[in-house]
Write a protein that binds this ligand. Structure first.
Ligand SMILES: NC(=O)C1=CN([C@@H]2O[C@H](COP(=O)(O)OP(=O)(O)OC[C@H]3O[C@@H](n4cnc5c(N)ncnc54)[C@H](OP(=O)(O)O)[C@@H]3O)[C@@H](O)[C@H]2O)C=CC1
Ligand SMILES: O=C(O)[C@H](O)COP(=O)(O)O
Length: 497
């Protein structure tokens, strides 16, 4: 569990954790800490440092210095260190999972899965990075009209410098390494600002990285409320790229950040379109898995079902049968539905539900909430004038809109500000492709639930769902830039066989 044995170094007292910079664990000169509230008990469970502007500045300075050395580290050595990081993280996956259970009420089995998935991501990124970064381009001048072959151009990929990694509460380990690993294999330094809910899991992750032997200062983990130190980080002149996953905060960050590359993955309102010829049991299983996993707190969760009227009753009863079987309770008991991350989140969800109720939606289950624990709801006959048709609950409540035509479903998907993922259920592959093409989202799943994984697939949000693309290959490419070296020969020269 948190703070045991090898992790004692990160402790600053009973359930209070240090921040990490310059290869050392430190307490903040602010003398202040931030409480982490256990969503299941509504009581403080851990404390992390409330870092100061001066500490932010020092982290950036040491990152810049360390990055110059790291950029001169051979690719195979960078990969070797990442593999060591992955191995140490795997060794501690159960204890780090225990932090997730307490900080974000993710059930124990899904928490272990998140950490193990992260180990695989780190190692896969190390290997993919070697292959991608080992290759450059060689261009000759006479391919362009009017030129002799007297110039050779060598194009190479070089690191950006210091990357600010800001993951969200729902994947504080996996969405941290999905930024850290590509940043490191490309020769960058990293400043991690973990989510407050999930910060201790993030700090344990960073301690595994520390034990792997990365150069001092190359990676820092700076804690504090995003609303308090966020701007200090995102507007810092020493930051060369921001990789952010979260909510609308990302939109405001994109307006404040300077001339730097942004990789943003924000909210989603993933639409699930079910056609008359669909395998309705397959659709129902994926709607329940997609809509209620981790209590709907996934950007890729199914967030609205648009089902053809003629099959709606059959689909809805199939979904309800499966919803009935979902276990509801505490994460320690590996329940399917666990408390949502905060009281404010639970209140927001309740607001959407009450709005739907007032406007006459059909409820197939009674509304039930105990603290942050919300029992799963399927809300039927939802109409576009209801907030839940458009807004992202980030909770275990799923609206169903009955449509008369496929175009209505496509329109609902495209009329939303979010454009992350969507899915279609039909046995007609031609229709599936044509509908997928018409849905203006970053990813469309055919006959499956929306998902970011597997982690080497490209993953991107359009419109208010993000900027740039994630997935291991695209993250590696976003975290480096191109440099040209042109050799000017005294005269034309042709390579002869
Ligand atoms: N796309 C996705 O996967 C996710 C989307 N969301 C959406 O966002 C909503 C809110 O969830 P939440 O986790 O609070 O998302 P936020 O966007 O508020 O937080 C995401 C990350 O950004 C940090 N942050 C907050 N404010 C700033 C700032 N001004 N500058 C820099 N960083 C900042 C947070 O730190 P701190 O925790 O200290 O505030 C956290 O690490 C959810 O209800 C959901 O709709 C949420 C999580 C994941
Ligand atoms: O931000 C999120 O919620 C995650 O990217 C979703 O990842 P998953 O589809 O693998 O759960």
């Amino acid at each position: 569990m948190a703070g045991q044995n090898v992790f004692n170094e990160i402790l600053a007292g009973e359930d209070t954790f240090k921040f990490y910079t310059d290869g050392e664990w430190k307490t903040s000169t602010s003398g202040k800490t931030v409480n982490i509230i256990n969503p299941s008990t509504l009581k403080p469970v851990f404390k992390v440092q409330a870092c100061t502007q001066d500490e932010v500045n020092k982290c950036v300075d040491s990152a810049k210095a360390a990055q110059k050395i790291w950029a001169k580290t051979p690719l195979w050595k960078r990969a070797e260190t990442l593999h060591r990081f992955a191995a140490i993280l795997r060794e501690h996956s159960v204890s780090i999972a225990g932090c997730l259970v307490k900080e974000i009420a993710k059930c124990q089995k899904d928490s272990v899965t998140e950490v193990v998935r992260s180990c695989d991501l780190i190692s896969y990124t190390a290997e993919e990075g070697i292959r991608i970064l080992a290759q450059g381009k060689f261009l000759v001048s006479d391919s362009f009209p009017g030129n002799e072959r007297n110039k050779y151009c060598l194009e190479s990929k070089i690191p950006l410098g210091v990357i600010l990694a800001i993951p969200p509460f729902n994947y504080p380990v996996n969405l941290a390494v999905s930024k850290i690993a590509p940043a490191l294999i490309t020769g960058n330094a990293v400043i991690l600002k973990p989510p407050t809910q999930g910060a201790v899991a993030g700090l344990h992750l960073i301690h595994c990285l520390h034990l792997a032997g990365f150069p001092k200062g190359l990676v820092s983990a700076i804690t504090g409320k995003g609303s308090e130190i966020g701007d200090l980080l995102t507007m810092h002149p020493g930051i060369n790229c921001i990789s952010f996953t979260g909510g609308d905060t990302g939109i405001s960050i994109s307006k404040k950040a300077g001339m730097i590359p942004l990789q943003m993955e924000l909210g989603g309102k993933d639409a699930c379109i079910v056609l008359e010829d669909a395998d309705l049991d397959l659709a129902a299983s994926n709607i329940v898995k997609g809509g209620y996993s981790y209590s709907g707190q996934r950007c890729t969760a199914v967030k609205v079902v648009c089902v053809m009227e003629s099959v709606a009753d059959t689909l809805v009863s199939a979904v309800n049968e499966k919803v009935k079987k979902l276990s509801v309770g505490m994460p320690e008991k590996n329940c399917d539905i666990t408390p949502v991350v905060s009281e404010s989140s639970a209140n927001f969800i309740q607001g959407l539900v009450e709005d739907a109720k007032e406007k006459g939606a059909t409820f197939h289950q009674e509304w039930k909430r105990e603290g942050n624990l919300i029992w799963p709801l399927l809300i039927d006959h939802v109409r576009p004038d209801m907030r839940i048709a458009w807004e992202e609950p980030f909770g275990p409540v799923l609206p169903v809109i009955r449509i008369k035509t496929i175009e209505e479903g496509i329109h609902h998907c495209n009329a939303n500000n979010f454009a992350l993922q969507g899915c279609i259920f039909t046995r007609d592959i031609n229709k599936a492709i044509m509908i997928s093409d018409a849905m203006e989202s970053g990813t469309i799943q055919i006959n499956g639930a929306p998902a970011r994984g597997p982690d080497h697939f490209p993953f991107q949000g359009l419109r208010d769902s993000g900027i740039g693309s994630q997935g291991i290959i695209n993250s590696i490419n976003i975290m480096c830039k191109v440099k040209s070296t042109v050799i000017n020969l005294p005269g034309p020269s042709y390579t002869m066989g």
